[in-house]
Design a protein around this ligand. Structure first.
Ligand code: LP5
Ligand code: MN
Length: 239
C-alpha cells in the first residue's frame, strides 16, 4: 500500500473546480492509501478552529470520511494554516505533526517539512514567522473575535502579496545550506516539502550519502500528489 503526500491546496470557496478535484482525490486514490500526509497550506488561510463556515464543514466531512475508512491522515501546518489546532484536528480526524517530522517510510528515513523554514534568505518573512509562532502571540490573536481576526488576515495577505512582488525569486526559494543542514541533522536521505510552488525532484549528496528532495506542487491550476512505496516515489498529476 502507498503513502501519499500533498500540500499547498489553498482551499477556499472561490475555487470550486479545485475543491471538487480534492474531494474526488479523497474519495478515490486516497482511499487506497495506507496514509495521507498533508504538509501544510491545506487552506488558503485559517483564522481559528471556531471558524466553522459551510465550506470548511464540507472539507471536514470529506476528510472525516477518509479517516473513518481507516486511512491515517496526518496534518503538518503551513504558513497559512498554522493556527489549525487540536479541536479541528479531532473533528476532521487528523493527526497533527510538528515541522519538521522524521518518519521511516518503508525503510527510508524521510524528513517532512512544510518548507517555509528552508527559505532562510527571506529575512522579512522569517522575522514575521518568529513573531506569530509564539504561544503568547497566538493566544492573544485567537482571543479576538473571529471577524476582527479575519480583517487582520486580509491586511496581512495584501501586504504579503505586495512584498512578494518586490522580492527576488531566489529569495523565496529554499536555501541550499538549509536543505543540507536539515538532511545532515536528521541523518536522513529523503526530504519532502512544499511551500515554494516549484515542484521537482532534486538529487544531492550530503556527507557522502546520496539524498533526494521532493518538492510538492501547489493546487492552483490543477492538483497532484506524491505517491511513495518501498524505496521510491513518483509525482502523479490529477485532472
Ligand atoms: O503564502 P505565500 O506563499 O503566498 O507567502 C508566504 C509569505 N507570506 C505569508 C502570509 C500569508 O500568505 C497570508 C496570511 C496567512 C494567514 C495566517 C493566519 C494568522 C496570521 C495573522 C496575522 C495578522 O506567510 C511571504 C513569503 C513567501 O511565503 C515565500 O516564502 O515571502 O512572506 C511575506 O510576504 C511576509 C512579509 O515579508 C512580512 C510581512 C510583515 C507583516 C506585518 C504585520 C501585518 C499585520 C497586519 C495586522 C493588522
Ligand atoms: Mn506555504
Amino acid at each position: 500500500m502507498s503513502t501519499l503526500f500533498i500540500s499547498d491546496l489553498h482551499l477556499c470557496p472561490s475555487r470550486p473546480e479545485i475543491n471538487a478535484l480534492f474531494f474526488r482525490f479523497l474519495a478515490g486514490p486516497a482511499r487506497a492509501a495506507r496514509a495521507l500526509y498533508i504538509l501544510g497550506d491545506l487552506f488558503e488561510y485559517w483564522a481559528g478552529d471556531d471558524d466553522a463556515d459551510a465550506f470548511i464543514g464540507e472539507v471536514t466531512h470529506a476528510l472525516r470520511l477518509l479517516a473513518d475508512s481507516r486511512v491515517t491522515i496526518y496534518f503538518m501546518a503551513g504558513n497559512r494554516d498554522f493556527l489549525l489546532g487540536a479541536q479541528y484536528a479531532h473533528r476532521a480526524g487528523l493527526h497533527l505533526l510538528n515541522d519538521p517530522t522524521l518518519i521511516d517510510l518503508e525503510g527510508t528515513p524521510t524528513l517532512l517539512m512544510h518548507g517555509d523554514t528552508l527559505c532562510t534568505d527571506d529575512l522579512s518573512y522569517q522575522h514575521f514567522r518568529e513573531q506569530v509562532r509564539t504561544p503568547t502571540w497566538q493566544r492573544d490573536f485567537l482571543a479576538q473575535p473571529l471577524p476582527a481576526r479575519k480583517t487582520q488576515i486580509e491586511i496581512l495577505r495584501r501586504k504579503s502579496e505586495i512584498e512578494k512582488s518586490a522580492k527576488l525569486m531566489e529569495i523565496m526559494d529554499v536555501n541550499q545550506d538549509a536543505v543540507v543542514t536539515a538532511l545532515r541533522e536528521q541523518a536522513c536521505t529523503r526530504l519532502i516539502h512544499g511551500h515554494t510552488h516549484r515542484p521537482g525532484h532534486h538529487l544531492l549528496t550530503v556527507d557522502g550519502r546520496p539524498c533526494e528532495r521532493w518538492v510538492l506542487a501547489d493546487w492552483y491550476a490543477s492538483g497532484s500528489y506524491l505517491e511513495c512505496n518501498a524505496g521510491s516515489c513518483r509525482a502523479i498529476h490529477l485532472s
